[in-house]
Design a protein around this ligand. Structure first.
Ligand code: LLP
Length: 417
């Protein structure tokens, strides 16, 4: 389900509001991200409901989008947080999520981040190596506390996704290889004053379009837990990670709830239904409910191409340059026509290129779709371009505006550097 639609006159809308009117009302210039909180709430609620009566924790991966308005909306649906930094922990906590509903990943968590996670009493600090387990034990000892650790395993599973977002294969830096897991459990047991091993987790990659690879890595988690139980270890949770894909084009894909149903079925078949089932979705909660509105700065007739040049670039939306991702781009003021344009940004890099899109007659503004996840969160100020404004709508009303700091702030900071 996307929050994007067109009204009867052909204007692009998000969350039931015309995007041009919204930007005027919000008093922001382009480029501007616009999010529909109601769409995000519906996605979070649908996922919560997919668990039925099963004991579970949906841990929203803040890396997808850490805007306070979004995290608070998600928290109100009963969702927790999946973190990869101390700063994300502080945002999640500030947005009202209890640390006992947070899990933390990261291959190289800094000492201060471990200290923070231990002192807050996170539900699970997910260790990604034997070496990290030693560090967590040492930090916990210094605090005279017992850290709740999970073991993030590397299941050795290849998925059909872009190589930059596949994490569960043997050459990836993530997770503890399976042949080191017995040692990991032993080390935790040997440091029982400092460490309690509470769970096993996996995250095999992002943008999964069907549940099979998810189940393959989830099976590895179940097997590891069964083995650990046979060796006398008692665990509280199994965590199958995030990675549910969204529809970036016209091809429908499996809804996140289908992944959850399959995960519940698997854990029951493996005899693990008494454990809490944790999932870590990011993209699927927010991706379809955000757009980036950009102004067309100019057209250019090249030798072999017609270019449409925007005021939004790879600094605002990195996904096309980094992964070759394709986001639908449509005119704001009218429905798309047949005429194709090569749509690019203002950044001095050839990869600042959003691909060819059927726009039709040039419009004043365009809408880049499905950018609620990994859009603003990966933005930079490259080339002296300010971070974009963010506008939030809810139930057909403008509810919040986070204004761009503006380019002058960048100029001043660079001069002070
Ligand atoms: N859990 C862990 C341990 C992760 O590393 C990730 C994402 C997630 C959960 C959430 O995955 P999701 O449900 O959002 O797929 N920047 C890339 C995506 C990188 C994902 C990194 N890890 C993109 O724009 O496609």
């Amino acid at each position: 389900m996307t929050s994007f639609a067109r009204d009867a006159r052909g204007y692009a809308c998000l969350g039931g509001m015309r995007l041009d009117e919204l930007l005027t009302q919000a008093e922001v210039a382009t480029p501007a991200y616009v999010y529909d909180l109601d769409g995000i709430r519906k996605a979070a609620t649908a996922l919560e409901q997919a668990f039925g009566t099963r004991d579970h924790l949906v841990a929203y991966a803040l890396k997808a989008n850490a805007a306070g308005s979004i995290v608070r909306t998600i928290r109100a649906c009963g969702v927790g947080a999946c973190l990869v930094s101390g700063a994300e922990l502080l945002v999640a906590e500030g947005a009202g999520i209890a640390p006992t509903r947070m899990v933390m990943n990261g291959v190289a968590k800094a000492d201060w981040e471990l200290d923070l996670a231990i002192s807050k009493g996170l539900y699970g600090i997910q260790a990604e190596s034997l070496e990290e387990l030693e560090r967590i034990a040492a930090r916990a000892r210094a605090q005279k506390r017992r850290a709740r650790v999970g073991l993030r395993i590397n299941p050795g599973v290849e998925i059909d996704s872009h190589s930059h977002i596949a994490t569960g294969h043997d050459a990836a830096k993530f997770g503890i290889p399976r042949d080191q897991l017995a040692t990991a459990f032993e080390r935790v047991a040997a440091s029982s004053d400092e460490l309690g091993c509470v769970g096993v987790s996996v995250h095999v990659g992002s943008m999964l379009t069907r549940p099979e690879p998810y189940l393959e890595s989830a099976t590895a988690v179940c097997e590891v837990i069964k083995e650990a139980e046979r060796a006398g270890h008692r665990l509280e949770y199994l965590n199958f990670g995030g990675g549910f894909g969204i529809q970036y084009d016209d091809q429908p894909i499996e809804a996140p709830a289908r992944f959850v149903e399959a995960a519940i079925g698997l854990s029951e078949r493996m005899g693990l239904s008494a454990l809490k089932l944790v999932v870590e979705p990011g993209r699927s909660m927010v991706g379809p409910h955000g757009v980036l509105v950009a102004r067309v700065v100019q057209h250019k007739q090249g030798k072999s191409r017609q270019w449409l040049m925007l005021d939004a670039g790879m600094n605002d939306l990195l996904r096309p340059a980094l992964y070759g991702a394709r986001h639908r781009i449509e005119p704001l003021e009218h429905a798309p026509g047949a005429l194709e344009w090569r749509v690019v940004g203002p950044i001095c890099e050839s990869s600042d290129d959003f691909g060819s899109h059927a726009i039709g007659e040039p419009s004043e503004h365009v809408v880049i779709r499905d950018v609620g996840a990994y859009g603003f969160s990966m933005a930079s100020e490259y080339n002296g371009r300010a971070l974009a404004s963010e506008v939030f709508v809810d139930a057909g009303k403008l509810v919040h505006v986070s204004k761009s700091p503006g380019y002058r702030a960048w100029v001043e900071r660079r001069l002070r550097a």
